[in-house]
Ligand binder design. Structure first.
Ligand code: FAD
Ligand code: DLZ
Ligand code: SF4
Length: 507
């Protein structure tokens, strides 16, 4: 009797359910770098390097802890290059009688795993992923019979359940949400501390060479590579954030500055999503900083809400609504993704900046993703499948359970308002208020129409006008139609003409 325990690249946690009660003398742990996973979308080079290096470091730790690990490297001659074929190969080699795996973070992988038992004739036990703070059942129970799901109410329930920032049954400071204090524009002379920066060791260097050789035609810059690649380094990155940047996280959460890709954000999503950090330890570290007097409540509550609220909420929606969720296209958007999402060759300075930083770092912070890259895709009517693929490719923290609800639901409103109460569409004024991008742009953010006008200005109104039948009854956006209706016919014509001309120019 021998059990095969499969650990995936985003399951790098020592307490992962697939390793529980492991018989170290007889069981085999399988970890495998497989081409299928690196190419089902052509991931950013940095993302592949990060996952492979973190996997190799984790495998070494497991071996050090006495586990019997079979680690398949990408260029091993016997690598069969898919999860299933590797499991099959190892099951034969080690006379395996049972397979244990923790449920994956993507529906396509789960579907595949669910066929293994029948195909292999070996019992396959798919265990729940206990690293999340809300189970599928708990989320489904919460969602049951609600007309509309709203993150805020889910978040309050999670605060109570985990007793985070609570004074008895009341929220700390008397309010659940301090978002209204968290919308400051950037100001000049901010002294933003440097983010965590790790020097590649030999393991990482080998991986970087491998990625350069095998994935040269994938998007993104491989160098410099400074990610944390094991748990102790990820903890250092978390501590550095809590000590140096958390205090301003809230105030400048929505701010964007040219050549400051990380602002006061934590830059920990990669580590959380692949298992090097646990959500509750990040939440507790921030909560401690508040009670310790080193960070104010608006920052701490804002940060905790992202992890305890948004992160769990989007995962809940993904598993509740897949596979249908991915097919939704509320606005019937069909336009192809413009080439500048890949090469940053555009006169729109905000997009140029955000694409370039994404290419360099496999990272962009939330407002860049939402209000620049996402906002443009929404108002330009880009096909959700193409936008979704782009976001899966370019960010080192992208796994479908978290990427899809953010893209389909939050930025594209492709689910018709299941996740968000209104589309986050905005004109250039928002980007101008929250960034310094417009100062160096060839377009004029204050001009509404004509060749010099900021394209967001007319595309915003064109988007509303094109989708009137779908949006007019939305009470959070319906009033914008009153403003549109007060415009002269000439103005409306100019909006439509400028939009058509611009959209034609970006194919
Ligand atoms: P911080 O701003 O410091 O926030 C702290 C943590 O909160 C993050 O590390 C993350 O774990 C969590 N968080 C914050 N916002 C969200 C959110 N909306 N959904 C889920 N978790 C959240 N996040 C991903 O992890 N993977 C993705 O593929 C991803 N795609 C996104 C696509 C779009 C269009 C948008 C608008 C958001 C997306 N997000 C995604 C959410 C968010 O932008 C990133 O989690 C965040 O930018 C990561 O940077 P950070 O670690 O510095 O986060
Ligand atoms: C993202 C990724 C990549 C690029 N490569 C691998 C890999 O070779 N082996 C592996 O186990 N996991 C990899 N991953 C993470 C998986 O894509 C992830 O586990 C699934 O998408 C399920 O969430
Ligand atoms: Fe972006 Fe418009 Fe500002 Fe240019 S003017 S940076 S296109 S918002």
């Amino acid at each position: 009797m021998s059990t095969l325990r499969l650990v995936l690249g985003d399951q790098l946690s020592h307490n992962i359910s697939s390793l529980q009660n492991c018989d170290k003398a007889n069981d085999t742990v399988l970890m495998a770098e497989v081409l299928d996973e690196a190419t089902y979308v052509k991931h950013h080079k940095k993302k592949i390097a990060f996952i492979f290096s973190a996997m190799r470091h984790f495998a070494a730790e497991l071996k050090g802890n006495g586990y019997n690990v079979n680690y398949t490297k990408l260029d091993d001659s016997n690598n069969t290059n898919s999860f299933y074929s590797e499991v099959k190969r190892l099951a034969k080699q080690h006379k395996i009688t049972k397979i244990i795996v923790t449920e994956p973070g993507e529906y396509r992988v789960l579907q595949d795993m669910q066929t293994w038992q029948q195909k292999l004739g070996i019992k396959v036990n798919i265990k729940p992923d206990k690293r999340f703070l809300s189970s599928h059942q708990e989320f489904a129970d919460w969602a049951d019979n609600r007309k509309a799901l709203r993150m805020e109410y889910f978040y309050r329930q999670m605060r109570i359940k985990h007793n985070i920032l609570m004074q008895g049954d009341k929220p700390e400071g008397g309010k659940w949400n301090y978002d209204s204090d968290n919308r400051n524009p950037p100001k000049q002379g901010l002294n933003i501390p440097k983010t965590y920066c790790n020097k590649p060791d030999d393991i990482t260097q080998n991986v970087l060479d491998l990625v350069e050789a095998k994935f040269a035609n994938h998007f993104g810059d491989l160098q410099p590579f400074n990610f944390a690649v094991n748990r102790s380094q990820a903890l250092q990155a978390l501590t550095k954030f809590i000590d140096e940047r958390l205090k301003y996280f809230g105030t400048y959460q929505d701010a964007m500055i040219e050549d400051e890709p990380f602002m006061y954000h934590s830059h920990i999503s990669f580590y959380l999503n692949c298992g090097l950090l646990e959500p509750l330890e990040c939440i507790k570290a921030a909560e401690y900083a508040y009670y310790n007097g080193t960070a104010p409540l608006n920052a701490v509550e804002g940060f905790i809400r992202q992890i305890l609220g948004w992160r769990e909420y989007v995962r809940g929606i993904y598993w509740l609504k897949m596979p249908q969720y991915k097919q939704l296209n509320f606005f019937d958007a069909k336009r192809n993704l413009p080439q500048f999402y890949w090469d940053a060759d555009t006169k729109l300075n905000c997009l140029k900046q955000c694409v370039n930083e994404t290419k360099q770092n496999a990272y962009a912070h939330h407002i860049q993703r939402l209000m620049v890259l996402g906002n443009f895709a929404l108002v330009a009517g880009i096909d959700p499948a193409q936008v979704n693929e782009w976001f899966m490719i370019v960010y080192a923290d992208a796994y479908e359970w978290v990427e899809l609800p953010n893209v389909h639901g939050m930025i594209l409103f492709a689910d018709g308002g299941y996740l968000a109460s209104k589309p986050y569409a905005a004109g250039g004024a928002y980007i101008n208020k929250m960034s310094n991008y417009c100062k160096n742009c060839e377009y004029s953010v204050t001009t509404k129409n004509g060749p010099k006008a900021c394209p967001f200005n007319y595309l915003y109104w064109d988007f509303l006008s094109r989708n009137r039948d779908k949006l007019a009854s939305n009470h959070r956006i319906g009033m914008m139609y009153k403003t549109y209706d007060r415009m002269s016919d000439d103005k409306k014509k100019a909006i439509a003409q400028d939009s058509q001309k611009f959209l034609k120019s970006i194919v």
